[in-house]
Design a protein around this ligand. Structure first.
Ligand code: 5AD
Length: 342
């Protein structure tokens, strides 16, 4: 079938087969795809771009992910933890600067017990109407349940790849089944859930990417992060190639036309490869951007992939810069919490 017709069919029916998605990924019908994705984004999400503040509060990690720079085997990395009081202090600063969503992200660090995270959630909720997204990995059902009761709103835990054998080889400490189980529990508990995957993992094919997109649909995600893989020198995949930005943008656009409403960020890894693709992502389906707000002394240590150091600015300055950028794109800065559009 002609690729344009496949795109039209997906737009109209919100259904696609693996083969149809592979056809689009393989084709050169990019302008048409991107244009459709931009129109769908406008129709379902409007012109608002949601800003999220992220605090990477610990780089300790019990996991051994083959692609990630903070994997536990990287013994050359200085490990840090932010104390709960320091985390709250930075949440306050971000809230004052205008952020209404705080993403708390870390390695899988059991130093932050169920109780410690509970106290952090409760303290944040006392500050105001702030949405909390947790991105702290796999825990048991009761722990997820407690944090939801405490007021956590969202949980981000990417499936990384829909190829079960590939997933298991990249994550020797856990399994694909566990990851999917966590996502399903979180959904059942009433969290707004976020998944996502990387483009360009060694062993991945266009079929895998099609399965990745279809898995986002099956999981019924509220948000999804899709970014290119970037090799890190302190990982097993140090000699692998960087993922393609174009393929990342195509996967983002197909996700937008198939799923319609999820919040889709421009991922930092896409910006790192080529800053110009941040703008492209906003014209191919994206409607969210995250900004780091924790102290610079920690930012350099949270290197999941090589990330060139940037000029230090205050949270307010960075917020202003991104707001100006959004306006320059002809879009609006969201002043809401940016909850799920479903
Ligand atoms: N390249 C690109 N993205 C990566 N992530 C982890 N390591 C890398 C890498 N080397 C992504 C994963 C993870 C998120 C926090 O960062 O998708 O879920």
């Amino acid at each position: 079938m002609d690729t344009k017709k496949i795109i039209d069919k997906i737009v109209a029916t919100s259904n696609a087969s693996v083969e149809e998605i592979v056809n689009i990924l393989h084709s050169h019908c990019d302008d048409y795809l991107f244009d459709q994705a931009d129109q769908i984004r406008k129709k379902y999400c409007g012109d608002e771009i949601h800003l999220r503040a992220i605090i990477e509060f610990s780089n300790h990690c019990r996991c051994d992910c083959s692609y990630c720079g903070i994997n536990k085997q990287n013994t050359t990395l200085y490990r840090y933890r932010m104390e709960p009081a320091e985390i709250i202090e930075y949440v306050k600063k971000a809230y004052t600067a205008g952020y209404k969503t705080i993403v708390l992200q870390s390695g899988e660090d059991m130093w932050y017990t169920k109780e410690k995270i509970t106290s952090i959630i409760k303290a944040i909720k006392k500050l105001g109407d702030i949405a909390i997204t947790l991105s702290i990995g796999e825990r048991d059902y009761d722990t997820y349940k407690q944090w939801r009761l405490d007021g956590a709103d969202r949980f981000l835990i990417k499936h990384e790849t829909a190829d079960e054998a590939l997933y298991n080889s990249l994550h020797p400490h856990s399994s694909f089944k566990n990851r999917i189980k966590s996502l399903k529990w979180l959904k059942e508990l009433g969290y707004q859930i976020g998944s996502g995957f990387m483009i360009g993992l060694p062993g991945q094919t266009l079929y895998t990417i099609a399965e990745d997109i279809l898995l986002l649909k099956e999981l019924d995600v509220d948000m999804a992060g899709i970014g290119p893989f970037i090799p890190h020198p302190k990982t097993k995949l140090k000699s692998s190639s960087t993922g393609s930005s174009l393929l990342t943008l195509k996967a983002l656009a197909i996700t937008r036309i198939l799923l319609k409403t999820p919040h889709l960020p421009t991922t930092t890894s896409l910006e790192v490869i080529n800053i110009k693709d941040r703008k492209n992502a906003f014209y191919t389906g994206a409607n969210v951007i995250m900004r780091k707000v924790h102290p610079y002394k920690y930012r350099k240590l949270y290197e999941i992939y090589p990330n060139p150091s940037i000029q230090e600015k205050s949270i307010e300055e960075e917020r202003k810069e991104i707001e100006d950028y959004i306006k320059m794109l002809g879009r609006k800065v969201s002043i809401s919490r940016g909850d799920s559009l479903k």
